[in-house]
Design a protein around this ligand. Structure first.
Ligand SMILES: Cc1cc2nc3c(=O)[nH]c(=O)nc-3n(C[C@H](O)[C@H](O)[C@H](O)COP(=O)(O)OP(=O)(O)OC[C@H]3O[C@@H](n4cnc5c(N)ncnc54)[C@H](O)[C@@H]3O)c2cc1C
Length: 256
């Protein structure tokens, strides 16, 4: 075993996969539950999917239920998604289904990759490629470089479609709107800001508002609430899973 071989093999594998993803069908920004579910279902259909996550650990906000307690609540409608990702659950007397949040996070990450999605961590999407009034890809940088505010130029990934799955931050849509004189597909033409907590309409809203917000740019998961001015829902996760599934169905149609 030679040290040089270890280093060479790591670098070769990493850069081969990254080079192979410089043009892709779909870039999903954010590896939370909605992005992972969407990525898994799209990849399963043979669509090339690149998921970019700025943190070291993918999974977003599902590593804990409310206040970091271990169990996440999911409603009945989302059970097929849990089953498609081989995640176990049990019915509670409330009629909700309880999932070990660590199994949920790790199961969605593992499932998305096993289904064929390319998931890169420690990459932050800092901007978009905007061509002739259409989003055509993302501008990426190393998360550590951005944390330290190093003056390092970014790289780019071209994509047929980009998805903002960045959660509360709605980072991609916010950047598009802040930097460009564009009218989004929202009632005000701008991101509308998330409202306070009201679980039931929030869960419906997150699915309803999973859609194209600007040509080439879609939203799913919690960022739909921030973009379309909907309620937050607290620690119930069925809407996130179903939003990811709906997004995959829309893009499968577009790409076929
Ligand atoms: C760290 C964290 C903690 C949370 N804690 C709570 C909580 O305690 N209670 C609660 O009700 N809700 C919490 N939430 C939100 C809650 O988890 C959401 O309801 C649910 O997880 C949203 O799922 P999502 O798929 O929309 O995205 P999220 O789970 O929010 O995941 C979004 C992912 O996008 C990544 N991301 C963001 N911007 C970029 C970018 N520019 N480039 C690349 N990646 C990016 C984030 O790092 C994150 O992993 C939390 C979210 C996060 C990210």
């Amino acid at each position: 075993m030679k040290e040089l071989d270890i280093s060479r093999s790591i670098l070769k594998s990493h850069f081969n996969e990254l080079l192979n993803n410089l043009t892709t069908d779909v870039v999903i920004v954010g590896a939370g539950p909605s992005g992972l579910v969407a990525g898994g279902y799209l990849a399963e259909k043979g669509i090339k999917v690149t998921i970019l996550e700025k943190r070291l650990s993918p999974g977003g906000g599902i590593w804990g239920g409310g206040m970091g307690f271990k169990y996440a609540a999911v409603q009945k409608e989302a059970i097929p998604v849990l089953e498609d990702f081989n995640i176990s659950y049990r019915e509670d007397e409330s009629g909700l289904f309880m999932v070990d949040s660590i199994e949920l996070a790790s199961g969605l990450i593992f499932g998305a990759i096993q289904k064929g999605a390319h998931l890169f961590n420690l990459i932050t999407v800092e901007d978009l490629i905007l061509r002739e009034n259409r989003v055509a890809g993302v501008v990426i940088n190393n998360t550590f470089a951005l944390m330290e505010h190093f003056p390092i130029d970014p790289l780019t990934i071209e994509a047929k479609y980009v998805v903002d799955a960045t959660g509360h931050e709605h980072d991609v849509v916010a950047t598009l709107s802040r930097k460009n004189d564009v009218k989004l597909n929202t009632p005000t033409g701008k991101p509308m800001g998330e409202r306070s907590l009201f679980a039931e309409p929030a869960e419906k809203g997150v699915i309803e508002n999973t859609k194209e917000v600007y040509p080439g740019l879609f939203v799913c998961g919690m960022s739909t609430a921030a973009v379309f001015g909907y309620y937050r829902m607290g620690p119930i996760f069925g809407g996130m899973l179903l939003s990811g599934k709906k997004l995959s169905e829309i893009l499968i149609k577009r790409l076929s």
